[in-house]
Write a new protein. Structure first.
Length: 97
């Protein structure tokens, strides 16, 4: 069964450029993961400091590989310095059948 979620966070003022660069790099890496089916980062139209990332992975194992990737840990460690929350807020989604 696929693992689907979205992650949200708000960038601190002054960190917009760095986080945008980080997200572009992360997006390229995640999309190369064999179990990644979708990785779509967005910013809110009315507030470009608010990020929303929609993610779909083939299954729990694919998601586990994603969260244990070295580049993900590096990204999250730096991201923590640039966002208002303690970390990305995750919302897990189930398909409507």
């Amino acid at each position: 069964m696929t693992k689907t979620l979205y992650a949200e966070f708000t960038v601190k003022p002054g960190s917009e450029e760095r986080v945008a660069e980080m997200m572009r790099e992360l997006t390229e890496q995640v999309r190369r993961e064999p179990g990644n089916q979708l990785f779509l980062p967005y910013t809110r139209e009315t507030n470009p400091r608010e990020y929303f990332v929609f993610e779909v992975y083939a299954d729990s194992n694919a998601f586990q590989e994603h969260i244990t990737a070295d580049y993900g840990a590096t990204f999250n460690a730096e991201l923590a310095e640039h966002i208002e929350e303690d970390g990305s807020v995750l919302t897990w989604l189930n398909p409507l059948n």
